[in-house]
Design a protein around this ligand. Structure first.
Ligand SMILES: CC(C)(COP(=O)(O)OP(=O)(O)OC[C@H]1O[C@@H](n2cnc3c(N)ncnc32)[C@H](O)[C@@H]1OP(=O)(O)O)[C@@H](O)C(=O)NCCC(=O)NCCS
Length: 175
């Protein structure tokens, strides 16, 4: 494509794309650095980075949490997001602002979030539960029970409103 020619709709230049990724995902990359240092058994530094995230971005993403490596997105730079260090998050997950993923007071296990999941603003996902692949959690939902693959859960406590038929094509499109 000749230099300076307009990009087709929906396409961005490489530098614009890099800027977009860094801007929208900075907390994730900072978490990733802390998690790597933690896995290398470097002392103190992961904690300091975690605290930098806490005060710099107002989100609590513990360096010990297991989060997937592909296409993780924190809406609004993770504003108000609180994760328990015991939760497990898959690949291609979008977590909007003010989301909490943590334990219920009476148990010590945190949720497992599958792949291709979207969690809407303000949702709370609590307890020893599993959110299936391709699931969606509505804004402000309080999820206390398992969410099946491809389901959409909304409300307090959350109920399932849609259950999509999933196919391999559907999965592929989300990659
Ligand atoms: C959950 C969500 C994905 C559902 O979208 P959808 O599949 O288009 O669902 P619909 O709009 O058809 O709604 C279906 C039903 O669920 C209800 N519903 C939808 N979202 C809801 C929510 N967050 N909380 C409670 N009820 C909700 C609707 O009122 C409707 O109820 P009814 O059948 O009794 O009329 C969407 O509503 C949502 O919450 N998205 C998150 C958006 C977000 O967090 N944005 C952040 C931007 S910064």
């Amino acid at each position: 494509m000749p230099l300076g020619s307009p990009l087709p709709e929906g396409r961005h230049s490489t530098s614009a794309r890099i800027t977009m990724i860094i801007k929208s995902n900075l907390p994730y990359y900072i978490y990733r650095a802390a998690n790597t240092l933690y896995r290398w058994r470097i002392p103190v530094l992961p904690y300091l980075i975690q605290q930098f995230l806490r005060f710099g971005f107002c989100c609590f993403i513990p360096y010990k949490t297991q989060i997937g490596r592909k296409n993780i997105h924190f809406g609004h730079n993770g504003l108000g997001v609180v994760l328990d260090y015991r939760c497990v998050i898959g690949e291609n997950v979008r977590i909007d602002q003010e989301v909490t993923i943590g334990i219920r007071w009476d148990e010590k296990t945190a949720p497992i979030i599958g792949n291709n999941v979207r969690i809407g603003a303000g949702a709370k996902v609590l307890g020893s539960i599993r959110v299936g692949n391709n699931a969606r959690i509505g804004a402000n939902a309080v999820v206390l029970t398992d969410v099946p693959d491809g389901a959409t859960a909304v409300g307090v406590p959350a109920r399932i409103i849609h259950k999509r038929e999933l196919s391999l094509v559907d999965d592929g499109e989300r990659e």
